[in-house]
Design a protein around this ligand. Sequence first.
Ligand code: PEP
Ligand code: MN
Length: 598
Amino acid sequence: MTPTDESAPLADQAAVVAAYQGIEGSYSSVALEAYFTARGVALRGLGVRTFRDVATAVLGGRAEVGLLPIDNAISGTIRDSYDLLAQYELLPVVELQWRMEHQLLGRPGATLSDIREVHAHPLVLAECGRFLATLSGARVVPAEDTGEAARSVAESADASRAAIAPLEAADLHGLVSLAHTIADHPENTTRFILFCGHPCLDAVRRLEADPGSARKTSLLLSTRHERGALTQALGVLAEAGINLAKLESRPKLGKGWEVLFYLDLEGDTAEPHIAEALQRLDEHTTSLQIIGSYGVVRTPAAAPKAPAPSCASARAVAEADAQATENAAARNYPKAARSSRPQGTRVPIGYGTVVGGDEFVVIAGPCSIESREQILATSRAVVDRGARALRGGAFKPRTNPYSFQGLGWEGVALLTEAGRAVGAPVISEVMSVDQVEGLARAVDVLQIGARNMQNFDLLRAVGKTSRPVLLKRGLSASLDELLAAAEYVLAEGNPHVILCERGIRTFETATRNTLDLSAVPVLKERTHLPVVVDPSHGVGVRRWIRPLCRAAKSVGADGLMLEVHPDPPRSKSDADQALTFDDFATIMQDLQKIPWPA
Ligand code: PEP
Ligand code: MN
């Protein structure tokens, strides 16, 4: 549509060129675009580098209007803008009150915990101090404007960088919002002045606020450095019934204690009582410059683009959560992370038993191998009742050095014999690097005990063998630490790790440990490795083991590890938690009734 077509609707008339500081995606450009669209005026934005460039673009005729932010509810007056308006005698056309919705924008796939650098305009950084303080370790990098901050983050391939900018900048630069409403106060409004040069071009009239909207007048004034001088000046306005909308001061540089006041009042210089009051005010000031009067337009906050809560949005949130978990997992333990083997890992442990396969596997046997009779009897009993693997400690990690320490290599030989006798794979704990080679020759699965979960040399050593490893969770280890420990084994080339939740230390003393069954679904999400539960050590009390076995199967574990003894009270270790053969039989019957997989 050409400008000569007089029948053209406003939107199709020649675009008004508006200068603003920054590039597309900056708050100024977003505010301009919204205001022009609301007024049905076509906009041609001219992004420039500094506030002064905005003023000179209008004065030099490169733009018909300019937009300058003049203050922010949180960070206060932007004096440069007032000074430019005054210095170049620019004419305010309208005040746009724009609610800023600061968002932390990052690269797709990034999460908040990744962020080490935040780029933003210094004023915006000042408005988000509290949020920034929560990003421990993140450094702030001042940018020329918010659009530029977003662009530089988009152009870097670095997921640890983020920008504070409006959501529009995310769309423009292919970024995603990592956090919203991050300003120190939700009512974070910035006032912009849209101004023109002298005289205002007709085209600009289309941008004025509607008649009837509130009017304001901005002034710069200074008073003598005398007691009561400011009070007298303000008294003139009060007597005329004029409301002040803003009053701020700063020292006039190089003029001793003389102070310059930035003042906005409600009303228009075209109103007689205002004009008269301003004349009287002049008598009480050493300088008075009336920047001009203008209408006020409240621009509603950009409607948040996030969909209203609904099922679809809940799904999106769940997907984003899963993605964040996956990203963190892939970074910290890439080989153990679920994403590296989404189908899960099956660990064959011998005699046809597979942990992580189609069967819920029960591993059972005494805490310690105590004698040939004891281990043979227990092995026979548990296998007859459905156990698919045998356990028994030969090297025992005992809290007290005077407690029974296990039968050592003799015990290993007895366990191996028992496994052969009943046709089941055997599991035993390896406590030190020098035991690894011998145990790997003798047993089917090497157990790393809770106290050794972070014995990194030991983890590396078992990682070099071809035996599956049953890795128990440390007494105070987080699940991520457990997975990082598993990563040590996987990193050495041994793909067969079975994780074991065996209870953690908490404030609770009623049970030996606190069996953390929530570990099962969490681990299932984070890793492809199978997870078994050891309620014996978890609860430490014989009679409470049974319900926890049912719960472990229900919650989705791949199997159980249980301590069973022919004569529990005479057990040389962990007597309180040893199950009788009958207890074990009851548990195995219970488990038949629990649906599985969970
Ligand atoms: C054990 O299984 O006998 C044992 C010592 O377990 P944990 O390392 O979990 O204490
Ligand atoms: Mn034990």
